[in-house]
Design a protein around this ligand. Sequence first.
Ligand SMILES: O=C[C@H](O)[C@H](O)[C@H](O)COP(=O)(O)O
Length: 221
Amino acid sequence: MTQDELKKAAAIVALEYVPEGAVIGVGTGSTVNHFIDGLGTMRERIAGAVSSSEASSARLQALGIPLLDLNQITDLPVYVDGADEIDDSFAMIKGGGGALTREKIVAAVATRFICICDASKRVECLGVFPLPVEVLPMARAYVERELTRLGGRPVLREGFVTDNGNLILDVHGLRIADPRRLETDINQIVGVVANGLFAHRGADILLLATPGGVDRMVAQH
Ligand SMILES: O=C[C@H](O)[C@H](O)[C@H](O)COP(=O)(O)O
């Protein structure tokens, strides 16, 4: 199976977790695109979606799925999203597509975070994938210095602007022994909008696609 076929397999299983009549939180990326396509086939059975990016919004709209404003939502039972890395505690690195801030907001509101990915995303220790950090443009150089002080090597994502009009620094060389601590420490840097560590709000359910099938795992927190 190709990696894309594995992503699709995980996404199809996630459709089983979509409650009838509910608003669904939708993430961003190539894995979630398969999930959105699946949602399109059952659009009459959901109330609509809250999206984490302009790209996902466009795909949802093209399939006729109503887009709802997160500020109007009090009950978001499920958020489905991919990950760039996920560890045994279901802490993740996300933001390879630059959508981390809106993803974090929608995930914070949701009752259950369902992570869909192929087995290559499962790691023992987070940090081989460079950690994306969304930064206000005027704070870029200061935040770069502060991230270097934390032991990383920040690299500006050239030519990329987030949906919120900000920049992304991809931080290389971090071996993340304590994801919660690092998530908090980076959030303390003035000018950081959000960082791609999802440790305080990790996944609740992991649907991990392997060539042998999709493993369903529930977090122990
Ligand atoms: O900003 C992008 C998101 O965090 C994605 O969920 C993540 O990068 C995984 O993307 P993909 O499903 O394309 O591997």
